[in-house]
Ligand binder design. Structure first.
Ligand SMILES: *Cc1c(COP(=O)(O)O)cnc(C)c1O
Length: 352
């Protein structure tokens, strides 16, 4: 830290992203990206006309993108705010609703704790059940903002939308944030509930299911009063938060529904292949509705396995948090990548 920094900076624990290494070629299964490229039709949209317009600012209202997202989900553009990745939507929501307190599970997306620290929100950490599931009743009448990823991050386990609705219903005085980064790989989608509940804010991203992690596009969907709150923050922080190239890519990705459905289907099939392969090799695998699985073997520790895989050119994610330190988190890759991973794991298991 420099001598000039505010003393507050000392207390901030930043997020630690998964490794993005380029010292050699890795099979990269550590940050839940999509193994398939973005829709070619979407990429072809980035034409000279668009690029030569880069001397102008992007639309601060992101009208085209907000309307496309709204139409896709059957809501109004006033119910949508496009953001620079969903991490930005989460940051706006924490700024707007969490200073008075926020609760989230002990095992979940690490950013919730980071944002709580950054914005000085009082965080109540609620342990997941022994089987790593969220118990909805733990969140009833919480008197603070609820932040849940569904499917949950790190575990991949999803709550049915009916149970999410119970949590929303039983928190009439505070906002419930549902982070749906992985929802396209499962069945549940809480977005239709925004018409019924004024306290529901759904946050979603183009990074995982739409193969656009590098374009940084996310969004919040909720009652227009909630979206007004977030816009107020956005316009006080970064009015041109979504760049025009990424917005055009995102609109075109929405238009290529066939490609989206096919690539989601391939990931879901790949998840089954990965899960079955791991079980065959003696692993315990949590039931995932996402594009990754959390798995452990009683024969080798999570960190050791992570390191051995890395030595052999395969990146997976290991978390040192106590409840999940025996596990590794593996992103669903292409069939080729999954086969190499399983092969390599089997080689490693022969030596332990
Ligand atoms: C990946 C992820 C995000 C962040 O996505 P971006 O849109 O790339 O910022 C948010 N929430 C969860 C649970 C995630 O796994």
């Amino acid at each position: 830290m420099s001598v000039f920094a505010d003393s507050d900076l000392n207390n901030i624990e930043p997020y630690v992203p998964g490794e993005q290494l380029n010292d050699k070629k890795y099979i990269k299964l550590n940050t839940n990206e999509n193994p398939f490229y973005a829709s070619e039709r979407a990429v072809e949209r980035i034409n000279k006309g668009l690029l030569s317009g880069l001397n102008r600012y992007s639309d601060p209202e992101s009208r085209g993108l907000n309307s496309a997202i709204a139409a896709y989900y059957g809501v109004e553009p006033e119910n949508v705010l496009a953001t620079n990745g969903s991490d930005e939507a989460l940051a706006f929501a924490f700024m707007a609703y969490c200073k008075g307190g926020v609760c989230f599970p002990d095992v979940t997306y690490g950013f919730y704790e980071v944002l709580s620290g950054l914005f000085k929100c009082k965080a109540q950490i609620i342990p997941l059940g022994g089987d790593f599931t969220v118990n909805p009743k733990d969140y009833f009448n919480s008197k603070k903002t609820v932040a849940l990823a569904n499917p949950n991050a790190q575990t991949g386990i999803a709550l049915p939308v009916t149970e999410i609705e119970e949590i929303i219903k039983n928190n009439p005085e505070n906002v419930v944030i549902i982070d749906q980064a992985y929802a396209d790989f499962g069945e549940g989608n809480a977005i239709p509930l925004i018409k019924k509940y004024k306290n529901l804010l759904v946050i979603n991203t183009f990074s995982k299911s739409r193969s656009l992690a590098g374009a940084r596009i996310g969004y919040a969907i909720g009652d227009c009063a909630l979206i007004e709150d977030l816009k107020k923050i956005k316009n006080s922080f970064h009015p041109y938060n979504v760049n025009s190239v990424s917005a055009a890519l995102a609109v075109a990705a929405i238009e290529d529904e066939e490609y989206f459905l096919n690539s989601v289907k391939s990931v879901v099939t790949g998840r089954k292949r990965l899960t079955e392969g791991l079980i065959k090799s003696g692993f315990e695998v949590l039931p995932s509705s996402a594009n990754f699985v959390l798995a452990k073997s009683c024969r080798i520790g999570g960190e050791e396995l992570y390191k051995r895989l890395k030595d052999k050119g395969i990146l997976v994610r290991h978390f040192s948090a106590e409840r999940i330190c025996d596990y590794i988190r593996i992103t669903v890759g292409s069939d080729y990548e999954t086969d190499r991973l399983l092969e390599t794991i089997n080689q490693i298991m022969e030596t332990v």
